[in-house]
Design a binder for this molecule. Structure first.
Ligand code: NAP
Ligand code: SF4
Length: 744
């Protein structure tokens, strides 16, 4: 493979960068003061880019929030970025802004092509610069990923994730688009941005041109890699010429496409060297196309899985390069920087979860970081539903001007009953506002349903949320009483101003509803996942909702089985963090090249077969595909996972009875059948635990239609699963707790 080319286009910024820590950050020794006082010296080493300096090595990556698409939301967008700038991040990248109409992600999506757009964006840049941070505007042309009829691409090939077939771009269209990029960058500079990021990965337009997967052209913009990269290189040249040398240009380059006919690594290097010569100041890392059938950011992807590819490219370029994807905590970031695998760390979702990530790391308070658990439930799933993004663990994200945790002038005595995520959310925020809070939990462990989630293979990150809340409760001075079964009398006699009932749910039992449901071979998912029940080699799972899928993964994956052997005592230990799958095993399972300098197209390899630990039958009464109700961006991963683990999926059954032999069913075809299994795990939903919420019969109000009532001088509130078990969901539970705590 060729060595790094000398940049033909040399800017002050880049030449200075080459002489600074930017080109050889691993050689850069942190100053003595930094080494003595900072827990993460490599994170807090400034990076000199020539005309400007980044104060540390952490960059908030581009994240489409939905706010950037409408001019009337720019006040909210400014507050969102300002909060993160205040949190200490060195530089942020906006959500994708299109250079023209063809490039829209959604109809009338965020565009930078007019002087009027400059005014909107100035609100954002001014808000960020007030807090000594930098902000870069991402120019994103969606190509065939656009959700509108004007879509264009390298070739007229429809993407599997869009209903719109693209028109092939003519050479004239390519030339005018290059001019549109240069205009967008010029306007961005006028708006006060510190630079632009040109989005060239994740399967968007420039990636479509770069790869044979979509580019089937025979003209000068197609053919071999030199033709396929011509468009991207000409864009960078035009942008650099338009903005001058004192402006950052980041190019987000796909390290590994993870689609058939994707580029091989030598081609990635060729493109990178040409882009560097054309005037790029920094490379950002892109991993996989959105349509790839390999997950790249969901929680089951082990942390830092793709850093090897970034490190490999770093050997071939001389400008700084950022590592990205599944990096969410300072230890991981520091290790990557210290080992010289990358010069900067780019994280997007972790800043939705905790805007103060950097400041907490700097103060040595990483235990207080509210970690992004990579669930996608409130960010990407919202984006794909055309809803405003937020964060499951931080409902304030993108609601900074609406959900405000103002210090109280009248501190109240507050009892929170229930130490699941709803209760912990309410307790921590109420205490942060200045209330005097006591949290009661009947069990000897905090975390509620998250204790079950954290043992599911690939969901180990859920441990971090429990860890965060345990530390935050302490930090905010909440009095926590474990092993305390609260009664109505205790609450009435406690002299509380506010009582928050967050007693959650219990698994729905089928006893009394299905003959034989009290047979010893029947267990609940809670018994199983708390390590309290033995389980045989053949298992039927009743109910194919999110938990039925989770349980099927737990029962069939090797490290789920290992966990089960550890049993209840280990799992109850609040400091026990289940071990995630190794990167090597994960790559083998999903068919990703384990060689960082891969020569297979798109870096794909043949997935290795899996031997399931048990035979599992996943059953549902309704007809149709199992898991149809799972979340958009993660459901396909769960469905692929259980298929690979040999789980037999059966829809349209009726349960007749359970006997010592197994479970008797009527199949969708009307046949009566005995499924001989050792164990039956019931995953049939939940029921609320709400007995402590007073029912005011005289007012004809009860907890289900009135979540807050007053009894005497005390205000009672019910939140989370205790309020509504159906569609039990952590996103609602945490938001319920936060919204209540913000207003009491
Ligand atoms: P769920 O999604 O409501 O699924 C429970 C399933 O059990 C129902 O779909 C129903 O399917 C079946 N069922 C209900 N009553 C039954 C009865 N009396 N007898 C037999 N079967 C019965 O509940 P869940 O799986 O416990 O999940 C709870 C919530 O957690 C969901 O809202 C989900 O969003 C969330 N969650 C999501 C994930 C994920 O996305 N990976 C993981 C965990 C939890 P049939 O009637 O068709 O049989
Ligand atoms: Fe991370 Fe989930 Fe929050 Fe998205 S919703 S930022 S994935 S924790």
């Amino acid at each position: 493979m060729a060595a790094a080319a000398t940049p033909a286009h040399s800017t002050d910024a880049k030449s200075n960068a080459s002489n600074s820590t930017a080109s050889k950050p691993t050689d850069a020794k942190p100053s003595k003061i930094a080494a003595k006082t900072l827990p993460y010296p490599h994170i807090f080493e400034p990076l000199n880019l020539g005309h400007t300096t980044l104060k540390n090595r952490i960059v908030m990556g581009s994240m489409h929030t939905g706010l950037e698409d409408r001019f009337y939301n720019y006040g909210k967008l400014a507050a969102y970025f300002a909060e993160r700038a205040k949190g200490g991040v060195a530089m942020m990248i906006t959500g994708g802004i299109s250079p023209n109409r063809q490039g829209w992600l959604v109809p009338a999506g965020g565009t930078m092509n007019h002087q009027l757009d400059v005014l909107n964006h100035q609100r954002v840049t001014k808000a960020v610069h007030r807090h000594d941070s930098k902000i870069v505007m991402q120019i994103l042309h969606s190509g065939r990923y656009g959700y509108h009829p004007f879509v264009v691409s390298a070739s007229p090939i429809q993407s599997p994730i869009s209903p719109f077939k693209p028109r092939q771009m003519s050479v004239n269209n390519i030339q005018s688009t290059i001019a549109d990029y240069a205009r967008a960058a010029t306007l961005a500079k006028q708006a006060g941005y510190d630079g632009v990021e040109i989005m060239g990965s994740e399967g968007y337009l420039l990636n479509q041109f770069l790869s044979r997967h979509v580019n089937k052209r025979s003209d000068e913009y197609g053919g071999d890699i030199h033709g396929r990269m011509k468009f991207a290189v000409e864009i960078v040249e035009a942008v650099r010429q338009a903005v001058g040398d004192d402006f950052i240009i980041i190019f987000r380059l796909s390290m590994i496409d993870l689609v058939p006919d994707g580029n091989v690594f030598d081609e990635v290097v060729t493109v990178a060297q040409a882009l560097q010569a054309a005037g790029v100041s920094l490379f950002n890392t892109g991993i996989g196309w959105h349509e790839a059938r390999v997950p790249t950011i969901v929680t089951s992807v082990p942390r830092a899985t793709f850093v090897d590819y970034t490190a490999e490219l770093k050997k071939h370029v001389t400008i700084p390069i950022m590592a990205a994807n599944r990096i969410n905590m300072p230890d991981t970031a520091e290790t990557i920087l210290a080992s010289g695998q990358a010069d900067l760390i780019q994280m997007a979702r972790p800043f939705l979860a905790d805007p103060d990530w950097v400041n907490k790391a700097k103060k040595g308070q990483s235990d207080l970081i509210n970690t992004c658990i990579a669930c996608n439930q409130a960010c990407l799933d919202h984006t794909f539903d055309n809803r405003r993004s937020t964060c499951l663990v931080n409902p304030r994200a993108c609601y900074e001007t609406e959900l405000i945790y103002k210090p109280t002038k009248k501190p109240k005595k507050v009892a929170v009953v229930g130490g699941g995520v709803a209760g912990m959310s309410a307790a921590t925020i109420a205490a942060k506002r200045g209330h005097k809070v006591t949290l009661f939990e009947a069990k000897d462990i905090l975390g509620g349903q998250f204790n079950y989630a954290k043992v599911i293979p690939g969901k180990e990150e859920f441990f971090e949320t429990i860890r965060y809340y345990i530390n935050e409760l302490k930090h905010q001075g909440v009095v926590v009483k474990l092993n305390t079964q609260v009664t109505s009398e205790m609450l009435e006699q406690g002299g509380y101003d506010h009582i928050v009932i967050a007693t959650g749910v219990v698994p729905r039992s089928l006893v009394g509803k299905l003959e034989g449901a009290d047979n010893p071979k029947v267990i609940s998912y809670a018994d199983l996942l708390s390590g309290n029940a033995a389980v045989g080699n053949t298992v039927a799972v009743i109910g194919a909702g999110g938990i039925g899928f989770d349980v099927s993964e737990y029962l069939t994956a090797a490290h789920g089985a290992t966990l089960h052997e550890l049993g209840a005592q280990t799992l109850k230990d609040p400091s026990y963090r289940p071990k995630a799958q190794s990167i090597k095993d994960w790559k083998k399972e999903w068919g990703v090249s384990t060689d960082a300098a891969y020569q297979t197209e798109g870096g794909l390899a043949k997935p290795e077969g899996i031997t399931p630990v048990r035979q599992v039958f996943l059953l549902q009464r309704s007809t149709g595909r199992l898991g149809a109700g799972l979340n958009k961006t993660t459901g396909w991963v769960h469905r692929a996972h259980i298929k690979a683990h040999g789980v037999k999926q059966v829809a349209g059954v009726q349960y007749e009875k359970i006997t010592n032999e197994g479970i008797w069913l009527t199949t969708a075809q009307g046949h009566s059948q005995l499924l001989r299994v050792d164990t039956i795990v019931v995953c049939a939903g939940q029921e609320s635990v709400s007995a402590l919420m007073p029912v005011l019969t005289d007012a004809k109000l009860n907890h289900s239609n009135k979540p807050s009532i007053q009894k005497g001088k005390t205000h009672y509130h019910i939140i989370g699963g205790a309020k509504l078990a159906a569609e039990l969901d952590a996103k609602r539970a945490i938001r319920d707790g936060a919204e209540l705590a913000a207003r009491i």
